[in-house]
Write a protein that binds this ligand. Structure first.
Ligand SMILES: [Ca+2]
Ligand SMILES: [Ca+2]
Length: 619
């Protein structure tokens, strides 16, 4: 508002500085909850200029800094911009709410299936498509490629520019770490939100995100949005002035931390060693009191990240709408859900019901950082548990498989542990949707881990891309990128920046070692693409012991055999086929790798090279 001589703004006159959500749609939901920020917002009356919009309820708070407005959107509302007038004791003000028609839904909100292969990108570290946003005016001194915790300049346009590379590699879905606006100079990773309705300016603008989703869809790729309902960043303006007294669990000064009060000995676990996972046991324990769980679900993550009070229905509606807004405005295909166990289960049931009512195919994949499938499976949706709640979650990252693959490949744990993880698939309603992986942005690079080698990296890909589920690959592992723990595991992809010494996006720019692993991963992804059995096929154990695991993947059309040898020497195996799916096989033929196999009576005689994965077709 321009302050003229007739209307000099009084310091305490009402004013709206922010509307969340900033836009909505007609024909989407019967109601939208608006959170207005500003001052003097102790409204006595709110009304909009469209007769089909009805303000059903308002609630002001924090001394008039916030006003909640519940707006009923009549079925016959036309698209356009609503202007709503707020009457308060110290004057009046107004705000606008653009209401758009929904665009066609064809080709959007697709969800994932076992046909997909996922690729995880940290947008700041992948490719710099727009050097003009490297250091936004509002964030001086944040860009420095020499500092591992500063912004490096990668952005959404950089990802869009390299979709052809990702297509050539053979992945079909991209998970981007959070793209919402963050607040601290070291929040390049995206997990410190200060505005849940804006794109981080270092990464681009909303238009860039929309363009990326559209371009990905045009090239047959899907996009996963990394959503974090559990917490916001420490610099979010809500922290010093929350919209409601119970907007967060606790306050900046008085809150629990997220560390479990239980010692390892409570469930008989040996002491001494630092656990490599979060302690979720009490959350799945029907005998555990609320007191044993509260720190995990209501504590501030790492003691610093403000924990949303997801038990508050107003917070619940705000967060659901936020997820709907990102889906509707971009056409995204699914959500990767951060810190899943740290949010109460009733919230998840409501959130998923609200999302799936609008987008039935949308996939949600939860992060449950734990090695035990009896723990992780509890959080998957599709079944009610002792609390009477079905979380609604589509599926999970297969952390038990992650821990096992690293133990087997890097530390020579018994190979049979892979079959041990897989036998727990009975605990899941949809095990074929699990997401096996061997690396992500929170753990040291596989190539640099103790015990790692180029050969072991190939084995990790060989298993991840042939086991059941939707495999996830961490950016750069396909060229063997090195790196230690966070943030060294988040180095810049070589070639993503003008002037980079080598451009690993192009075959001519790859070193011999980079090209070798790239070709290996590309071949595996191509074979996975060509063989339906490797994607959605039933998995059958054929042989498993200390050193090797041989399994079959069976679809209606075909049967494949995958042979993994972890030993330092070649290995011969005789695999009996009586009473297996392969009993009547007449021929076995090599599809990938260098093992040899022949059918002899009712067994396969196989010779596997040292440290190898091979794939056969069985007819
Ligand atoms: Ca940039
Ligand atoms: Ca929480």
């Amino acid at each position: 508002m321009r302050a003229g001589p007739q209307q000099t703004a009084r310091e305490d006159a009402p004013a709206v500085t922010k509307v969340e959500p900033p836009s909505w749609w007609v024909g989407l939901t019967p109601e939208v909850l608006l959170l207005l920020s500003g001052r003097g917002l102790e409204a006595t009356h709110v009304a909009c200029n469209l007769p089909t919009l009805r303000v059903s309820r308002t609630q002001s708070s924090a001394g008039g800094n916030y006003l909640f407005v519940w707006l009923k959107i009549g079925a016959d509302t036309k698209s356009g911009t609503a202007v709503c007038r707020i009457t308060a004791p110290k004057g009046t003000t107004s705000f606008e709410l653009p209401l758009a028609s929904r665009s066609p839904t064809l080709g959007k909100y697709q969800g994932l299936s076992p046909d997909d292969a996922m690729y995880l990108i940290m947008p700041d570290r992948f490719a710099n498509g727009d050097p003009t946003n490297d250091e936004p005016a509002e964030a001086p001194g944040t860009h420095d490629r020499s500092k591992p915790r500063a912004y490096h300049g990668g952005d959404l346009r950089g990802i869009k520019n390299h979709l052809p590379y990702l297509k050539e590699l053979g992945v079909t879905a991209l998970w981007l770490t959070p793209v919402v606006k963050n607040g601290a100079a070291q929040d390049y990773h995206g997990y410190g939100a200060v505005d849940l309705y804006a794109v981080e300016p270092h990464l681009g603008a909303l238009k860039d995100y929309q363009d990326l989703v559209t371009a990905a869809h045009q090239q047959g790729m899907k996009i996963l949005f990394d959503v974090v309902p559990n917490h916001v960043g420490p610099k979010h303006p809500w922290v010093s002035n929350p919209p409601l007294p119970d907007w967060f669990h606790g306050t900046l000064r008085h809150h629990l931390d997220s560390f479990s009060p239980l010692k390892g000995s409570f469930y008989g676990k040996g002491g001494g060693q630092a656990p490599a996972n979060d302690p979720f046991e009490s959350l799945i324990d029907p005998h555990a009191s609320a007191r044993m769980k509260r720190n995990l679900t209501e504590g501030w993550f790492l003691g610093i990240l403000p924990d949303m009070n997801t038990e508050n229905p107003v917070v619940e509606q705000y967060l659901l709408q936020n997820s709907i807004w990102w889906a509707e405005i971009s056409g995204l295909d699914g959500f990767r859900v951060d810190t899943f166990p740290y949010v109460g289960r009733k919230f998840w049931a409501t959130w998923h019901a609200g999302l799936h009512r609008l987008y039935p195919y949308l996939t949600t994949i939860g992060e449950v950082f734990h090695p035990d499938p009896s723990v992780t499976s509890f959080f998957a949706g599709g079944a009610k548990h002792f609390d009477g709640i079905d979380s609604g979650l589509t599926t999970l990252f297969d952390f038990p498989m992650y821990f096992t693959l690293r133990d087997v490949l890097l530390r020579n744990a018994p190979v049979g542990r892979i079959a041990d993880v897989l036998r727990h698939d009975a605990l899941y309603v949809r095990p074929e949707m699990l997401v096996p992986f061997f690396a992500n942005h929170d753990v040291p690079r596989f190539a640099s881990a103790d015990g790692g080698s180029p050969a072991k990296l190939k084995l990790a890909f060989g298993l991840t891309l042939t086991l059941r589920g939707i495999p996830e690959i961490y950016y750069g592992d396909e060229i063997g990128m090195p790196g230690g723990g966070d943030p060294d595991n988040r180095r810049d992809f070589p070639g993503g920046w003008i002037g980079d010494a080598n451009d690993a996006f192009a075959p001519s720019g790859r070193t011999r070692d980079q090209q070798e692993i790239f070709s290996y991963v590309q071949s595996l992804l191509r074979i996975r693409h060509e063989h339906a059995a490797l994607r959605g096929g039933q998995l059958w154990h054929l042989a498993s012991d200390e050193l090797s695991y041989v399994f079959a993947r069976e679809s209606e059309e075909e049967r494949l055999v995958v042979a993994f040898n972890n030993a330092d020497q070649p290995r011969e195996l005789r695999i009996p086929l009586a009473d297996t799916l392969a009993e009547k096989a007449g021929a076995i033929e090599l599809v990938f790798g260098e093992a040899k196999a022949e059918l002899a009576g009712k067994e396969i005689r196989m010779t596997m090279p040292a440290q190898s994965v091979s794939i056969f077709s069985l007819n």
